[in-house]
Ligand binder design. Structure first.
Ligand code: DAV
Length: 366
């Protein structure tokens, strides 16, 4: 029997990975956690339902571009099994009129060593998304005797999990930034809630973003679950919609991180990187001034790259400034046309979830 699952960070040589699928994707109805995510001036406000088929097909085409690049380089690619996402769901604690998608996998699955854990996401519409990955988990479980298949404690997501009317329609950008700076987010602390894409894995250290999708209770939960790891809470006061760390603070190789210049990591959180000779470089500007239509994410998906090994990185094909910067930083850059997959939840890093990277668990912050 083979070893299939192992990954300790985002830069060691990638050998096996999950790439999402856009099939049946839905713009979810508003709910306590998501209404805060859609900017007031967005064309998506108040709109929900199946995404237009031609955008789904085009998104899938983009993901196929990525699959081809990966397979041409010998990386094994696994794909989820989409459900019919436009179904109402219910638990004893809540009802929601629809699910969302199985994009992006990075939000749902967290790989730490030989363990893949399904996250404790705070969006009700994502409560059953893990099911799309269960056929893969079953396969890994059958084929890899060391694979630890885990589900984080499921949050109940009752009304107590959210602050209600957290933002009214009239809130200004400045007020949003003040709330971010004050670490005042839409989720409460009644239970741990987290998206896997808020967790940056760096060997024995986990840096977890406190923001709209991950709360403080989650940090506490992680530290107790992994007592041998050091969990560091990080936050980025410059981000009015702090969701996921991977368009904000992105490691390229040991010792080098690119940081969104609008969302600098504040002191004293920088100290641990500086003390261990990590360089934090401001990421290049995005090539676009607007995200594509029907997209939740910001233009900073430009820096949401997929590192294949410490010298090789896949960057979105139109993101010429980011490509040039990576090149200057000594990386071989592989462009991938993926922009039309952005509306489905993210860029190259988001669209994937690690299964296997070579390498072991090192202590980069002794
Ligand atoms: O900048 O909108 C997107 C992260 C998606 N996983 C942003 C963050």
């Amino acid at each position: 029997m083979a070893k299939i699952v192992s990954s300790w960070n985002d830069w060691d040589p990638l050998k096996r990975v999950i790439v999402g699928r856009c099939d049946n994707s839905v713009i979810p109805p508003e709910e306590p956690a998501t209404s805060e995510k859609v900017p007031v001036d967005s064309e998506m406000r108040g709109m929900w339902g199946l995404r237009p088929l031609e955008t789904v097909e085009r998104g899938n085409e983009c993901l196929e571009n990525l699959v081809k690049i990966l397979e041409d380089r010998g990386v094994v690619v696994d794909r989820p099994t989409p459900l019919q996402w436009n179904q109402a769901i219910g638990t004893p604690d809540f009802r929601n009129d629809s699910m969302m998608t199985c994009m992006p996998p990075r939000d749902i699955l967290l790989t730490i060593g030989n363990e893949i854990m399904a996250a404790a996401n705070s969006f009700r519409c994502r409560y059953f998304e893990y099911l799309a990955y269960w056929p893969l988990m079953e396969m890994y479980f059958e084929q890899d005797p060391d694979f630890k298949w885990t589900q984080a404690p499921r949050p109940r997501l009752t009304d107590k999990s959210y602050k209600h009317n957290y933002y009214d329609e009239k809130i200004t950008l400045e007020e949003r930034l003040e709330r971010t700076a004050a670490k005042d987010f839409v989720t409460t602390e009644v239970e741990p809630m987290w998206d896997a894409a808020d967790v940056m894995r760096m060997g024995k250290a986990l840096f977890i973003q406190h923001g709209l999708t991950t709360n403080r209770a989650a940090m506490d939960w992680f530290q107790r679950y992994y007592p041998e790891f050091r969990v560091h809470a990080v936050n980025f006061p410059g981000d009015p919609y702090p969701i996921h760390i991977d368009a904000t603070f992105v490691p390229l190789r040991p010792g080098l991180i690119i940081n969104n210049p609008h969302r600098p990591l504040p002191e004293p959180q920088r100290a641990i990187f500086e003390a261990n000779d990590w360089q934090i470089v401001e990421a290049a500007d995005p090539a676009h001034t607007e995200p594509p239509a029907l997209c939740y994410s910001s233009v900073w998906l430009s820096m949401n790259c997929l590192v294949l090994d410490p010298k090789t990185v896949i960057v979105e094909a139109s993101e010429v400034h980011q490509q040039e910067q990576m090149d200057k930083l000594g990386m071989n850059v592989i462009p991938c046309d993926l922009r039309d997959a952005y509306p489905f939840g993210g860029g190259l890093h988001c669209s994937t979830a690690d299964v296997y990277r070579e390498g072991e668990c090192l202590d980069y912050f002794p």
